[in-house]
Ligand binder design. Structure first.
Ligand code: HEC
Length: 247
């Protein structure tokens, strides 16, 4: 009986915990397009420059990225390969995991498959909703992942912004903090549109990394459809030829 009550309490508690801990409930739509190679190239550059210092992408090899995104071996070595010697190496992190755990309290997770586990909208919202929070260890908080131990590594590009919350009381008398808006405190080196593009390109690259085959699948899909179309026209011509004398 006790066990049953315990189970019941757990069953009731779990959804409540999720509802409370789920952040602001705001999800912004990512408009990334994995078919856009120029965007993927920019995203790869953004990723190695701003993320690879702490996060690895262990399932992704440099030369595969170069081949898929049409980057020459020369540019690959010059612009992308900070943490590797050979093009066939995987995207490893610059910082040893122990140090990272000591500094951040949590080892920054590998990002190879993050787009699959979190989804692109989650990632885009995460990148767009860092805000100043003096009570946090690194002075920054996030709407998507409240209490995140990741510093706001893009603040120089985006500028610093604060989040305005409003206290609301629901029907049952519980008070909630509801997100209202961001207020820009300082300007970044990028305009808001440029920063948006930066984040979109980055999410695009994360999306591609999660499933590199989707590039191939798309181009294959187009070829298959082109083939079917040609075949259809041939069949049509043939049918006309066959039936021409029947009428
Ligand atoms: C200074 C080190 C550092 C850098 C640079 C960094 N991160 Fe992080 N990141 C972290 C840490 C630490 C966490 C763990 C946060 C937590 O769970 O509290 C994290 C968490 C994340 C998560 C959430 C993972 C999850 O599912 O919980 C994502 C997504 C992410 N980082 C993406 C990025 C991207 C994209 C970049 C490049 C723009 C980046 N990070 C740069 C340290 C870093």
């Amino acid at each position: 009986m006790n066990r049953f009550i315990g189970f019941l309490a757990l069953a009731l508690f779990i959804p409540a915990a999720f509802a409370a801990g789920g952040g602001s409930g705001i999800v912004m739509e990512s408009h990334n397009d994995v078919g856009n190679i120029a965007s993927l190239q920019r995203g790869a550059r953004n990723f190695v420059n701003y993320c690879l210092g702490c996060h690895s992408a262990k399932f992704v090899r440099y030369n595969r990225v170069a081949r898929d995104l049409g980057i020459s071996e020369e540019d690959l070595a010059k612009y992308l390969m900070w943490t590797a010697e050979k093009p066939h190496e995987t995207m490893d992190v610059a910082m040893p995991a122990d140090d990272a755990a000591r500094w951040f309290g949590r080892t920054p997770p590998d990002l190879s498959l993050i787009a699959r586990s979190r989804g692109v909208d989650w990632l885009y919202t995460y990148l767009m909703t860092f805000y100043v929070d003096e009570s946090a260890v690194f002075g920054a908080n996030n709407l998507m992942l409240p209490g995140a131990s990741m510093p706001n590594v893009l603040w120089e590009l985006e500028g610093r912004k604060e989040a305005v919350f409003e206290e609301t009381v629901d029907d049952e008398g519980n008070s909630h903090e509801e997100f209202v808006e961001f207020r820009q405190l300082t300007e970044g080196s990028l305009s808001p549109e440029e920063f948006d593009q930066f984040a979109t390109d980055l999410v695009n690259f994360l999306d591609y990394m999660g499933e590199p085959m989707q590039l191939k699948r798309q181009s294959l899909g187009i070829r298959v459809i082109a083939y079917l179309l040609v075949f259809f026209l041939l069949a049509l011509a043939l049918k006309k030829e066959f039936w021409k004398d029947v009428h």
